[in-house]
Ligand binder design. Structure first.
Ligand SMILES: [Zn+2]
Length: 360
């Protein structure tokens, strides 16, 4: 395939992706609501709980969040003034020496349709914003549970499941933010949760996990109540306070949010005495269609051998589109290897995944 044809295919793919965006999704009831509660614990510091709730009304959503907070922290209390917690301490973000932020997964109680892949794909999405230095690292399977179920922070950021009551209003997920720089995610394993606000009656947990991981990264809801009116960008965001339907990719407002919190650091000489980050494997997860991912340095042949669904790769380098097409003669392959930290468009014929070493 020529470069011009490759570019045409790329642009067509981007156009189709744009056309298929859910511009005006069918109204589903109940809708999703988001809200935050500051819970005071008799022992230990307060914790900020950020809820994603399926409920028919905002009142039901608040009822569900308060009921769930009482379930999770029976000895805690929520003060009336903390419904929109604005305590400055909750505004902390991860320090540079805390990046990448390691998140482990405890699959105990998970619906059979949800595997670690759902978490890994979300971690990668938030780690693949080209103009941001933010990065997650998948910590593997853990026995720990979200610390909101335990006595407090345990030193590990964990995604875990627990059954939570679903009537009225159903908490789908809750993220607990601790002042001790730990954030955990708890997802509702009550089978009733999976039937809430779904397309075809099935909740897309990938969408929920992607949203909650945004909180772990440090993002608040875009255009939160009572601010507004919201822009189109804010309305389309994964982090919008009320969204509907399947949303597995970050939108412009989400990307702007993570770039604002963690812009690319100006290149500086490494300061002496700082130990280098330990090398960790980088997950590469492809969805059917176009994927926009930051990759480590790697030969395209190596990448292709480990990703059976990969059919083409594109990058804009040196003022021109470079391409790699599976099966094309070597002379036509203008993209032979990826460069560490650069972003690539990858076309996949189906879902597939691998992990690769981060490289130098
Ligand atoms: Zn939220």
């Amino acid at each position: 395939m020529s470069k011009a044809l490759g570019l045409a295919v790329l642009l067509l793919g981007m156009l189709l992706a744009a056309v298929s965006l859910p511009r005006d999704p069918a109204v589903a009831a109940p809708a999703r609501h988001t809200l935050s509660l500051e819970v005071h614990r008799p022992e230990g510091p307060p914790v900020l709980l950020q809820f994603l709730v399926a409920a028919a009304t905002p009142g039901d959503a608040l009822t569900a969040a308060r009921r769930t907070a009482a379930e999770l922290v029976p000895t805690g209390y929520v003060s009336e003034s903390s419904v929109s917690a604005q305590w400055a301490a909750w505004g902390w973000k991860w320090a540079d020496d805390e990046l990448p932020v390691t998140v482990a997964y405890n699959p105990t109680g998970a619906p059979s349709s949800v595997g670690p892949q759902a978490v890994i794909a979300g971690l990668q999405a938030w780690s693949s914003v080209p103009d941001s230095r933010f990065a997650f690292r998948y910590g593997g399977i853990t026995d720990n549970v979200a610390s909101i179920l335990a006595s407090g922070p345990d030193g590990e950021n964990v995604v875990s499941w627990s059954p939570m009551e679903c009537n009225p209003g159903c908490v789908l997920g809750v993220t607990s933010k601790e002042t001790a720089h730990e954030v955990d995610m708890l997802l509702n394993s009550n089978p009733e949760a999976a039937t809430q606000v779904g397309i075809d009656g099935t909740l897309d947990w990938r969408t929920v996990i992607l949203h909650e991981l945004g909180h772990i990264a440090g993002l608040e809801h875009s255009c939160p109540v009572p601010f507004g009116p919201c822009t189109d960008e804010e309305l389309g965001a994964v982090m919008h306070y009320q969204y509907r339907g399947i949303q597995r990719k970050l939108e412009a407002d989400d990307i702007a949010g993570v770039v604002a919190l963690y812009p690319l650091a100006p290149s500086a000489a490494p300061s002496p005495g700082v130990s280098p980050t330990l090398p960790v494997d980088v997950p590469v997860v492809l969805e059917p269609g176009w994927n926009f991912l930051v990759l480590p340095a790697l030969g395209m042949d190596v990448l292709a051998s480990r990703l059976s669904c990969l059919t083409a790769g594109y990058a804009f380098e040196a003022g021109a589109w470079q391409s790699w097409i599976r099966g094309a003669p070597g002379l036509l392959q203008s993209l032979s290897a990826t460069r560490a930290g650069s972003a690539y468009w990858l076309l996949a014929s189906g879902p597939c995944a691998t992990t690769v070493a981060p490289g130098p």
